[in-house]
Ligand binder design. Structure first.
Ligand code: FE2
Ligand code: FE2
Length: 473
């Protein structure tokens, strides 16, 4: 168990006080981070008491403290999961050899790039969501948004620590750049497209935390299998926090879906919009949009980069060490479907070249599990409609399917057919305007906006009607 220093300017379990140079560098970055937080972090209730959890250790079960805190006073710290004694490289050409405690020179640039791309997503989502609390459907939801936000901030700290500690001068420059890029800024955008999309309504927020944070879960999972041990330990602890973000998205969607079903049963002629709810067809469109968008985040179906990352041990497969017995992934293939003329034809691709596809499939399976829970809620509410994930070829903007059109079942269709159906499958401007029109704040403890059901229980044993955000300051 590592020693935790919680009374230092930067709480940490990396023995920061024994590396004065590193400590000074990070303490210099800290005020820049706080400036960033104040200018593009949460802009609503930004100085109010919020009931938040703060990481104070890395022990399973006892790692978090729950209390009221004003967000700018949040104690963002650097926490790595405890080292696993005798850990060996999980996969690739060096599988079975001891893990690296320093960055090997030959992988320095590529490893730095991997860390920067991951790091860039963390502040991006905070920026995208900075005005969202102005329309919070409840204090409970506002608190969950802020919890996600402060922890994405901590994830930035986690990645910046790695850049500062292991990549010298250019690592520090990259850490500065992470505070300079802005989600959606045409001149200095965030690196990945999904992190430049605006997030201005709570259906989008819950889709984002359900589908995009889940992409994060799988990317962090692949990095948790890295041969570079500090990265692995960093990501393992981030995954602990990430679980709550996924809970927020999954249950948030479930509550909107449940409410849609309830309103559908009780509204005159089942007109959910007529009584101010979000109807199931609209929810399905948002699911189609966000799931397909997030599939793009996994990269090309066939990728020599992905093969190189795996071979060198920089990334592993999801649960590489635990779930696989053969860690070379050589002399094996994976079937990938290509479009040839007007047909879809499967080809066997060397497994290492298909590692993005392997991770994407694990992600999709996880999403299917979530959708099954939503459908259980629909069943409980006594309606016959169900939510479905679209096929992985639907609405792709990157990779081998992006040049063609597919329906949500994955069938190849013509451009004309796509043009005829796109408004049925994806949110239209009118849908977005309608959803936005419902976004009015509900700030009385225990009350919820009409389009979302109350949660089954509150946070950390508190009742649902607990004052999760003190609106009087
Ligand atoms: Fe994160
Ligand atoms: Fe997250």
């Amino acid at each position: 168990m590592s020693t935790i220093a919680t009374d230092e300017r930067i709480p940490n379990n990396v023995d920061l006080s024994h590396d004065k140079r590193l400590q000074r560098a990070l303490e210099k970055w800290q005020p820049a981070y706080l400036d960033w937080w104040r200018s593009v972090g949460p802009q609503v209730f930004s100085e109010n008491d919020v009931y938040l959890r703060t990481a104070i250790s890395t022990e399973p079960g006892g790692w978090a403290n729950f209390d009221y805190v004003k967000m700018p006073d949040y104690r963002w710290g650097i926490f790595l999961a405890d080292p696993e004694p005798g850990r060996v490289i999980p996969g690739g050409d060096h599988a079975g050899k001891p893990v690296w405690q320093e960055v090997p020179g030959e992988y320095r640039n590529v490893l730095k790039r991997i860390i920067v791309v991951q790091a860039d997503t963390e502040p991006a989502s905070v920026e995208q969501q900075r005005w969202l609390a102005a329309t919070a459907p409840s204090l409970y939801d506002a608190r969950n948004l802020f919890q996600v936000n402060v922890e994405e901030g901590r994830h930035l700290w986690a990645m910046v620590y790695l850049l500062h500690a292991y990549f010298g001068r250019d690592g520090r420059d990259e850490a500065d750049e992470l505070l300079a890029r802005r989600a959606g800024d045409p001149d200095k955008p965030r690196i990945l497209d999904a992190f430049n999309q605006p997030c201005e309504d709570w259906l989008t927020f819950h889709c984002f935390t359900c589908f995009t944070d889940r992409d994060g879960k799988f990317q962090l999972g692949a990095l948790a299998e890295s041969a570079f041990d500090p990265l692995s330990r960093t990501c393992r602890f981030m995954l602990t926090e990430e679980a709550h973000h996924l809970f927020v998205g999954e249950t948030g969607m479930e509550r909107i879906i449940r409410r849609a079903a309830q309103l559908q049963r009780t509204a005159p002629e089942g007109d959910v919009r007529g009584v101010g709810g979000i109807d199931l067809p609209t929810i399905q469109k948002y699911v189609n949009y966000w799931f397909s968008y997030c599939l793009d985040l996994f990269g090309s179906e066939v990728s020599t980069n992905a093969a190189d990352y795996f071979a060198s041990g920089l990334k592993g497969r999801w649960r590489e060490a635990k779930d696989y017995t053969e860690h070379g992934a050589l002399h094996q293939t994976r079937r990938v479907d290509y479009v040839e003329g007007d047909k879809i034809v499967g080809h066997d691709v060397a497994l290492r070249n298909a590692m993005n596809e392997v991770l994407r499939a694990d992600y999709a399976e996880d999403c299917e599990r979530v959708v099954a829970r939503w459908n259980k809620a629909l069943e409980e509410e006594g309606v016959s409609e169900r939510i479905h994930l679209p096929h992985n070829r639907f609405h792709r903007r990157q990779g081998i399917y992006s040049e063609h059109r597919f329906d949500p079942q994955g069938n190849l269709i013509s451009q004309a057919e796509w043009d005829r159906m796109a408004d049925v499958w994806l949110p239209t401007d009118a849908d977005r305007a309608y959803v936005k029109s419902l976004m009015k704040p509900v700030l009385e403890p225990g009350k919820f906006a009409n389009y979302i059901a109350a949660p089954k229980r509150g946070i950390h044993g508190q009742p649902v009607e607990f004052e999760y955000v003190r609106t009087d300051g």
